[in-house]
Design a protein around this ligand. Sequence first.
Ligand code: MG
Length: 548
Amino acid sequence: MFSTSKALKATALSCALVMPLSACGGGSNTTADGKPVLTVQVVKDARAIKMSEMGWTKDLEQACGCSIQWQDVAASSWDQQRQASLAAGEVADVTISGFGSGDMGEYGSLFMDLKPEMDKLPNMSKLFEAEPYARAISTTTDGRILGGPSVARGAARTSNHMFINKQWLDKLGLEVPTTWDELADVLKAFKDGDPNGNGKADEIPMDFNAPGTGGFGLFQPNVLLASTGITVPNGPLGMYVKDGKVHNYLTDTRYRDLIVYLHELWEAGVISSDAFTHDWSKYTGTAKGEGKTAIVGFTWMWTPSDIFGPELGDQYITIPSLKQHADQKEPPVWAYNGDDLAYQADRIVVSAKVANKDAALKFVDAFYSPDISVQARFGTFGTAVRHNGENDYTILDPPEGHDNAADWQFYQSLADGAPGWLSDDIKLGLPSIHTEVVPVDAVYDEDYSHVDFDNDILYSNMPMTPEQTSAMNANNTGITQGAMSKFAQWVTKGGVEQEWDAYVENLKKNKLDENIEIEQQVYDAFKKNMGMIKVNLNNRAEESEQSE
Ligand code: MG
């Protein structure tokens, strides 16, 4: 597909970069036998087979009465393509999991407004009626609906859960740590005490997912800020909400205290020397130890079996938020990214220039039928899902050769990236892999009792205006680079106390305060738009009974 001809014009080149889209590749919009053709770009997990090979996509083809030209993109290479695609103003007829609410401000004109088409989207209309929160996150600041959401059942309130090797604690006669100091003592004992019993000092007391230069993500030590009362969200760098007010912890002395603490741990040699450099597969691979020998003592992730593997998972327990100091007055809370575990906006978008509009709308709406919602998320009927009857399904265990149930799910479905709606009417029998997180997440009940879920949550799907998006993006370049490089430097080499004031000054110069103001406006507008809709602890939206 990629031409090497040097004679290519810039426009042709950009088309080649953004894949053979209808607007670029020419070609017919109908098949020889007159069926409408749709180009559908899907950004998916590296473990997934081709879309055309996933059995359930035949049901989609039938539902739209069209011929689908799938364009599969691995998530790892999407970001570059995404930017080229937006800059060129060329998107596929339909894109799945490729664009987010952040793109809808600046590039919204590339996508079809689905709101006037609701009579052609009966399943989506039903969803928006039953789930007003899904409608709120799908509606732009000027009232358009540019994408279809994913609405699932949130089994957890956060992706971040904290684990420690209980077998090691028992072996060394240690208690489960409840404060930062106790954790430091335990980690030092892990380092020196050969708790895995192999006669080698090969233990990695603490490990984490490497914080990149683009900001904090999941499974990183910034979650320890929850010890100080910050409900750490999975959102724009440093932003959090307390009592309805947006703050940023990057210039908060509690963040400085955390860095001082982490540097002490680094100096004591209890943090993996690879913690800032290893990639995802090295991080999760190391945690799985060597055979039956555990290597990592403490880290964060989704569930113990997910990060440590089924062989070692049982050695670990989930622990609640630590106190920073034994005598602190502020109760610890915990990280929260819950609304994006159950709700994601703009999972599926349609090009404003789509030639076969009716086919595209049928295609989109099919994702919100119960049968496709379940298959797109878990896999094809027969091999991955047993269809017991109307709205009644059982997710099957992985077959021979696919031992890991999570890998199996990603192999032949879009998993949690799928557009769709697992409504309360759907009866779903789930194997343990999908429910293991429930008791893990319940460990944080006490911490969450100190969170006001109406006023301490930074939501993940808040629509922004084009002006807000571009102002924030412009400021973020300097803020992010400055903050993330300093974080790594201070943890590994120290110096945060001496350099703190200059660093704070620098972030202010890079307009951190303006970004906090914008985030506050976005938050206030979203809360207003939500109106009577309330998100409860279990991530499900409910309409509050009455009044405002
Ligand atoms: Mg050892």
